[in-house]
Design a protein around this ligand. Structure first.
Ligand code: NAP
Length: 266
């Protein structure tokens, strides 16, 4: 039997991340940037990774300025297997360990015809949304787990999937397949890394980030009529769920896959 964590005296402290460290992929923009700011506001030091070092540097400076916490930029293509060991090492060595990994970097290129999905597009969508999170989780989850056996210090991995995983649409089939795989991987890794490392997944609905610039807003407005809250999400509205999963607020939650989508009907 594993000893359960002691209850927090003050429930507000459940969301405190003081002394914790987080690696957030795709942390330079959109949902990743919001999570970086929120985790740092709660006391964590952060590394953010994306392809553009300039973009990461800009957001890292903003996080440091706004929160007073350390935020370190790192350039990395998350879809490239051979770049991920360097990223995992850099984050671990920078902070002397990583407590929270957020597999957030993702993309969903649109296509006009299914036959125009070529092998290169397929590989890049699967690489970024599924292969990268697998490799990073394997590398950092193992280290978190080993450290926890020695020190008792727990870890948390959060995968950012999409409701497209359970509501596939014809225009993003490779993406829906990758995200469905990410949902499945969440459950598998929760078993792999328990009891010390928790692994959970958020499936966002439609959020107004850079991704949304390519959307047909007439269609989005139509879609939103079916959504309970009748609107798309604003980037900061991902933060509550992410903080719950990152922190001691969720010490008995692992292998969970849940929606933050404004109420998309099943
Ligand atoms: N917004 C939505 O409506 C929505 C809905 C469902 C799910 N999601 C999921 O939520 C996550 C975040 O989406 P978002 O809307 O915040 O996207 P976003 O605003 O487009 O930001 C994407 C982030 O990922 C990074 N990125 C993209 N390709 C990368 C690569 N190959 N290697 C490393 N980093 C890469 C980008 O930085 P660089 O360009 O510098 O690489 C950026 O920091 C994604 O997994 C997405 O699938 C979003």
């Amino acid at each position: 039997m594993v000893t359960p964590p002691q209850p927090s005296v003050n429930p507000a402290q459940l969301f405190d991340l003081t002394g914790r460290t987080a690696l957030i992929t795709g942390g330079s923009r959109g949902l990743g940037r919001e999570m970086a700011l929120a985790f740092a506001h709660q006391g964590a030091d952060i590394m953010i990774a994306s392809r553009s070092i300039e973009s990461c540097e800009e957001t890292a400076a903003e996080v440091r300025r706004e929160t007073g916490r350390n935020c370190v930029p790192y350039a990395c293509h998350i879809g490239r297997w051979d770049e991920l060991e360097g990223l995992a090492d850099a984050a671990w060595n920078e902070f002397g360990g990583v407590d929270i990994l957020v597999n957030n970097a993702g993309k969903s290129p649109l296509y006009d015809n299914i036959t125009n999905v070529n092998e290169q597009m397929w590989d890049s969508v699967i690489g970024l949304n599924l292969k990268g999170p697998f490799r990073l989780s394997a590398l950092l989850g193992s280290r978190m787990s080993e450290r926890a056996k020695e020190t008792g210090r727990a870890g948390s991995i959060i995968n950012i999937s999409s409701i497209a995983a359970i509501h596939p649409t014809p225009d993003v089939i490779p993406y829906t397949a990758a995200k469905a795989g990410l949902n499945a991987m969440t459950i598998g890794f929760a078993q792999t890394f328990g009891p010390h490392v928790r692994v959970n997944c958020i499936m966002p609905g439609s959020f107004r980030t850079d991704i949304s610039k390519a959307w047909n807003w007439d269609m989005v407005d139509q879609m939103m009529k079916r959504v309970a809250l009748k609107r798309v999400g604003e980037p900061h509205e991902i933060v509550g769920a992410a903080l719950f999963l990152a922190s001691d607020a969720s010490t008995y939650t692992t292998g969970a896959v849940f929606t933050v989508d404004g109420g998309v009907p099943t």
